[in-house]
Design a protein around this ligand. Sequence first.
Ligand code: TRP
Length: 444
Amino acid sequence: MVVAPRAQWGSKLGFILAAAGSAVGLGNIWKFPYIAGENGGGAFVLVYLVCVLFIGLPLMAGEIIIGRATQKSPVAAIRVLTHDKSFWISFGWLSVAAAASLLSYYSVIAGWAMYYSFLSVTGSLTAEGAVFSDVFAATQAAGGLNLFWHFAFMGLTIGVVVGGVSNGLDRWSRILMPTLLAMLAALVVRSMFLDGFGRGLDFALGVRPEDFGPSSMLAAVGQAFFSLSIGMGTMLTYGSYLRREDDIMGASIQISALDTLVALMGSLVIFPIIFTFPQLGPDQGPGLLFESIPAGMAQMPAAGLLMAVFFFLLVFAALTSAISLLEVPVSFLIDRYGWDRKKAAMVAGTLVFLYGVPSALSGEGGLFPGFIWTIDGIVSNYMFPLAGIGLSLFVGWRMPDTLRHDHFLSGSKFKVFYGAWLTLLRFVVPVGISVVFLNAIGVV
Ligand code: TRP
């Protein structure tokens, strides 16, 4: 078999935007603002930054290193670094399974955002007397509608991934990410002119140590880990397309910084809206995106435009995450069976679409009520942390020293941090993630 050379990013910027695109997702908008607000605002943000620095960043660099050192997708990467029967390979499998599982329902949620974008463009969302909790309940209960938008979103995702690394992932990330940042900046500016801006800002960033407790600490670790998209083989896979001379630590710092910036900007959009309209309360999850925010925007001038910007922003954020998720099984199929990219993307995309069908039919009265939140729980509480613990232990303890060292140093301005990085990866990262995991399953 003739093996084609590994595809590569068009440039370092393409890689950074694609990886940041993976990290910046629904989690930045629907989780971070709320978790921060509830857990002491600025106090939480400080602790969150520490978690990003000491847990997220080291593992991100570690995953990218496995990818670049082997030029392979997760399963094959661990296999070439160990041997055929090594138990470490199971972590590779786990990350492929986790990526496919997350994408299966992420796509359904992104489908709602697509549907709402469509509704805001047609003007239905701004119609007099729209009650957003009813609109959202009806959306979730409409099985056929959900299947349609889930299908449409997976179609978009497959379309980008078929284009390949430089013509698909790289190109689209360069278009979508700057657009997303511009839309978000515009919404932040709009929020600054609302009556509730001061109170919103205070809720988001005012330091309230009295609201920060031990459980806030766990929430910070968990959120840092989720938001940076680590522990799912996506950073590993993206790293496998990275050029030898690019600085992995430097890139990881830029990716994490962008992700954190978007989360903070998200808070500055959300809370001023919530606090301007007294009938709304801070909330997290789908209710925040699909009920409270549109209900607030509906009372603002140019409501239709604002909603369209907001929901397109969500679709873009979800799309750049979804392509990184689909790329994991696609790259796996290409490596393992030698398939061409188009076939791999169609097959993996179709399977993930089918996997998402129960999630699309999980509204009230659907065939699988609540399924989407059950699978979310399994992915976030089990698959994701376990794969993260495995990958950090693998890079820290099992991967050959010279290879790890070489790839950390190659092209890097951060050479002196090698020792510190390794120590974090060996001890702090696995312990930190384990504590969150044990807490999520109710052990501690
Ligand atoms: N970081 C994404 C978000 O904030 C969610 C996510 C977790 C993810 N792991 C991932 C996205 C892996 C893509 C790939 O919404």
